[in-house]
Design a protein around this ligand. Structure first.
Ligand code: UDX
Ligand code: UDX
Length: 434
């Protein structure tokens, strides 16, 4: 089975390599020549655990190749996946679909034989039908079907999420398209991964609704954390107690500096725009977005308070910059809102991150020091702020850290540590919701 994956980003590259692992012959097409050249030399342009080996193994087996020539690849394809970026459009929060439609037009001009064109990117409800129209208009004689196959990959665990999905969602309009997609996903039968077959619109909305609901859980617990701080409750205990109810589940109830990444911020905004466009309310998701923005602002106030009311002329060591661990992705990371606010008030920042500093540097204000080691960052610091819960920060030698610091403030934005441990090291500890 010949598969073309258009867009060799976080989603396209992982999906393409995993389909090759399933035995399909995959061509990943990307318009960035330097990205294709790097991939041909086995260099992976993004950090995703396990991806380098997966790509190398399948490229060596001749099942995975890279190209900038979309036309030739499409002409030989049974399935063509669109996994190009669908970033938030400047200003209005819509998902920017210009890359999706550009890809659709290019696909249409090169179709040979029956082909299924599949939306893998997160796209607004109705996009698959629109892609169908674009294909029809561009190439009326083409024999094709359109399908929606949204991705539920978390960065840092994307390969595992692909290989052991909770479900595969297929939005299809014909038996032929369904049969071809079932054939592609057949290896998942071994682990009996449920395949949900539905219509195009439902498949597209499942993706937005799932992401928006996960974001809702996070904003909910972040809002609860404020009440915990006022009442003396412990948000971790509250989350644990809630999560023991199977109907609630214990995942995505960690209070923190707010959610970031390339999906939740973009997908919640897009969902609100879709609702608005169709004249229906989305007050819950509107509130989720607002709570998330204010949570980041609350973190700045928390740090300021921990420093005795002002961060001016204070040296703050920030551990972690990426939006979550095990990624180099800085898209909408809370650090991008929190650090500039501290610098504006005269703080001096010494930052460390295992993977994200190269990505972060152009996105953050001048003057921030990027340290190659945790020790370098915390030396002479008045405060340490744990921003992202990388494993490297979970087992810090707090005695040594306290000795290297100039001050004694530790602000734990991910609730990794416990207060007694900090007190033993002579550190004044604040966290979120405890
Ligand atoms: C993107 C969207 O952000 C996500 O919502 C969707 O579910 C999947 O696609 P991601 O893979 O993270 O996720 O995007 P990105 O990392 O920006 O990669 C997109 C790739 O597509 C880039 O390599 C870009 O060069 C390529 N691209 C983009 C094309 O090849 N052709 C285009 O016309 C546009
Ligand atoms: C998310 C969805 O989980 C995935 O299904 C979808 O396909 C893409 O978007 P991702 O954005 O890669 O995946 O990361 P995720 O692990 O979901 O974390 C998203 C953000 O929420 C991160 O900033 C993380 O720090 C934050 N988060 C997550 C919390 O603040 N608390 C939690 O309990 C969980």
């Amino acid at each position: 089975m010949n598969v073309v994956m258009i867009g060799a980003g976080y989603v396209g590259l992982v999906s393409g390599a995993c389909f090759a692992e399933f035995g399909a012959r995959v061509t990943c097409v990307d318009k960035q020549t330097e990205r294709v050249d790097a991939l041909r030399q086995g260099r992976i342009p993004i950090y995703e655990p396990g991806l380098e080996d997966l790509v190398a193994r399948n490229a060596a087996a001749g099942r995975l190749s890279f190209s900038t020539d979309l036309g030739t690849a499409v002409a030989n394809a049974d399935l063509v996946f669109i996994a190009v970026g669908t970033p938030t459009r400047r200003g209005d929060g819509h998902a920017d679909l210009k890359y999706v439609y550009a890809a659709a037009e290019e696909i249409a001009a090169n179709l040979v034989g029956y082909t299924v064109i599949v939306d893998k990117s997160t796209v607004p409800v109705g996009t698959a039908r629109e892609v169908q129209r674009v294909l029809q208009k561009t190439n009326p004689d083409a024999d094709f079907d359109v399908a929606s196959n949204p991705e539920f990959l978390r960065e840092g665990s994307a390969i595992g999420d692909f290989m052991r999905p909770d479900r595969v969602v297929l939005g299809v309009e014909s038996e032929r398209a369904e049969a071809l997609l079932r054939e592609l996903y057949r290896p998942l039968n071994l682990i009996e991964a449920p395949i949900l077959v539905t219509d195009l619109e439902s498949a597209e909305l499942i993706k937005y609704a799932a992401n928006a609901f996960l974001a809702t859980k996070i904003s909910f617990i972040n809002e609860m954390s404020q009440l915990c701080e006022k009442t003396g409750a412990d948000v971790n205990a509250v989350a644990k107690g809630m999560g023991m109810d199977k109907r609630i589940g214990n995942k995505f109830l960690h209070a923190g500096p707010g959610y970031g990444g390339s999906c939740f911020p973009k997908d919640t905004l897009a969902l609100n725009r879709i609702a608005q466009e169709h004249g229906v309310s989305s007050r819950i998701v509107e509130a989720v977005v607002e709570v998330n923005a204010s949570q980041k602002a609350r973190m700045v106030a928390k740090i300021r308070e921990a420093l005795g009311g002002s961060e001016a002329d204070k040296r703050i060591a920030v551990l972690g910059l990426t939006f979550k661990p095990e990624t180099d992705d800085m898209r909408d990371a809370p650090a991008l809102a929190i650090l500039p606010a501290l610098v504006d008030r005269g703080a001096e920042i010494a930052a460390h991150d295992p993977q994200g500093m190269a990505e972060a540097r152009p996105l953050l204000p001048e003057g921030i020091q990027y340290c190659d080691s945790i020790t370098e960052a915390v030396t002479d610091a008045d405060a340490v702020v744990l921003m992202t819960e990388w494993n490297q920060y979970r087992g810090l030698d707090l005695q040594a850290l306290a000795k290297a610091m100039r001050g004694d403030v530790f602000v734990d934005l991910r609730n990794v540590y416990e207060r007694p441990l900090m007190q033993q090291a002579g550190l004044r500890y604040t966290s979120v919701g405890r």
